[in-house]
Design a protein around this ligand. Structure first.
Ligand SMILES: Cc1cc2nc3c(=O)[nH]c(=O)nc-3n(C[C@H](O)[C@H](O)[C@H](O)COP(=O)(O)OP(=O)(O)OC[C@H]3O[C@@H](n4cnc5c(N)ncnc54)[C@H](O)[C@@H]3O)c2cc1C
Length: 391
């Protein structure tokens, strides 16, 4: 009788990558459900035969990284297509990579909205690309995506799979194939669904199932992006990201998934062939104000794919340390868990606004006074933009 992966590592170290589910040979022996903290993690059912095979898909137990490249090629870049940059989080490099596959009969895996949560899905048609574009700052439910990757590879398809570093590490433990190219995002961590849902129901007075969030609305700028909540296609709330109190708690690392605080997968050598992020703190000479991506090419496969998009993008080579300066999450960044522990003890007993005031108060009185003129100007600018656009 062997231990399951989750019994071996425990819920605190489990990233919720779905690797165990995708390797379990017994249908129904592992179910993914929300934990009390609000992260999708595996629960072993009575169907389990204790074969221990699920350990083979757990990247915390079994790290597989054939990618030994330590000298990453680093670029600042963005798509030449302004419309793509506009609807992407950063410089739209994901879309340019995806187009190479979709125009050549290939398959792209990424994250999309479904009933108020995020799920991983595959697309084969350019018209479906829109659903995958943009960062969704919630856990994506991978479900049996890695099994589907295997099936597509058997059919001879070429695949591009995008996910967080832990998801790519899980995929690597299960499949390595010449026709599979992986992309991970520079990842700050994923916030709890339970906190997000509490915010939607108590502050927005809505049902999360009806809500879709544009976490990277660039109408106010790439660096000064807004968060827009839509219910049935109607905007019900829009704030600059620094003024959205739920987002504030996410950025302040109060309610991330436990292993994100000391992530084992945002490391070098990277697990993915290519890594995409925002080039925060980008020097002027490498910058596009509408969105600048930082791209690291981590393997031969990654470099070959990047060659194919070079005529579609503006790119400038730079150095890893320049990219890391403004974006610590790109490499081995450790976050403090101190407030998290207290927050999750308080969470079931207190309403969202009380928790916000106690753990991530914002704005403080001083910053309210200092930022008042900037907020008024921003408000006027947004109103004028809306009138000009006729919305
Ligand atoms: C949870 C999360 C945290 C991030 N943290 C940082 C950070 O701290 N610093 C930084 O520089 N960049 C971070 N990023 C990456 C950044 O936000 C952009 O996703 C990246 O720069 C790609 O932008 P793009 O313009 O090329 O394409 P976009 O069109 O914005 O592409 C986004 C890609 O990410 C995938 N994706 C979206 N949401 C998820 C999700 N929840 N799980 C898995 N995959 C998803 C989409 O399928 C798509 O492939 C984060 C992304 C996510 C999803």
């Amino acid at each position: 009788m062997k231990q399951s992966a989750i019994e071996t590592i425990g819920y605190d170290r489990c990233t919720g990558c779905y690797g165990c589910l995708n390797t379990c040979p017994v249908h129904g022996a592992i179910e993914f459900k929300l934990t009390d903290e609000g992260f999708y993690k595996p629960f072993v059912t009575n169907e389990c035969v204790h074969c221990g095979y699920c350990q083979e898909g757990c990247p915390v137990i079994k790290k597989v990284n054939n990618n030994q490249e330590e000298d990453l090629e680093v670029y600042s870049c963005w798509s030449k297509d302004e419309n793509i940059v506009k609807i992407s989080s950063s410089g739209g490099i994901f879309s340019e990579l995806a187009k190479i596959y979709l125009e050549d009969n290939g398959i792209v895996f990424g994250a999309k909205w479904e009933n108020g949560e995020i799920v991983h899905t595959s697309i084969s048609d350019l018209k479906d690309l829109k659903g995958l574009q943009k960062s969704k700052y919630l856990q994506s439910k991978i479900d049996n995506s890695y099994i589907k990757v295997k099936e597509f590879l058997k059919e001879g398809k070429k695949i591009l799979f995008v996910g967080t570093p832990c998801e790519i590490a899980a995929l690597n433990t299960i499949i390595q194939h010449k026709n599979l190219t992986t992309v991970d995002v520079v990842c700050h961590g994923i916030p709890s669904y339970n906190i997000y849902k509490k915010y939607i129901s108590e502050v927005l007075k809505s049902d999360y199932r009806k809500i879709e969030v544009n976490f990277r609305n660039k109408e106010t700028g790439w660096e000064n992006y807004s968060i827009t909540y839509k219910e049935n296609e109607r905007i019900i709330q829009e704030h600059l990201h620094g003024q959205d109190i739920w987002f504030k708690g996410f950025l302040a690392d109060i309610y991330l998934n436990s292993p994100c605080y000391n992530c084992e997968f945002r490391t070098i050598p990277r697990f993915a062939d290519i890594t995409l992020g925002d080039f925060w703190g980008v020097p002027q000479e490498l910058k596009n104000i509408n969105g600048t991506s930082v791209v690291t090419l981590n393997s031969k496969k990654g470099k070959e794919l990047f060659e194919k998009i070079k005529d579609k993008i503006e790119y400038k080579k730079t150095e890893f340390e320049i990219a890391r300066r403004g974006n610590p999450c790109i490499y081995n960044h450790k976050l403090s868990k101190e407030k998290r522990e207290k927050f999750f003890k308080d969470f079931p007993k207190k309403d969202f606004i009380t928790l916000h005031k106690k753990y991530f108060p914002y704005p403080s009185k001083a910053s309210k006074i200092i930022n008042f003129p900037r907020r008024v100007l921003g408000f006027i600018k947004r109103r004028i933009l809306k009138i000009v656009k006729g919305v």
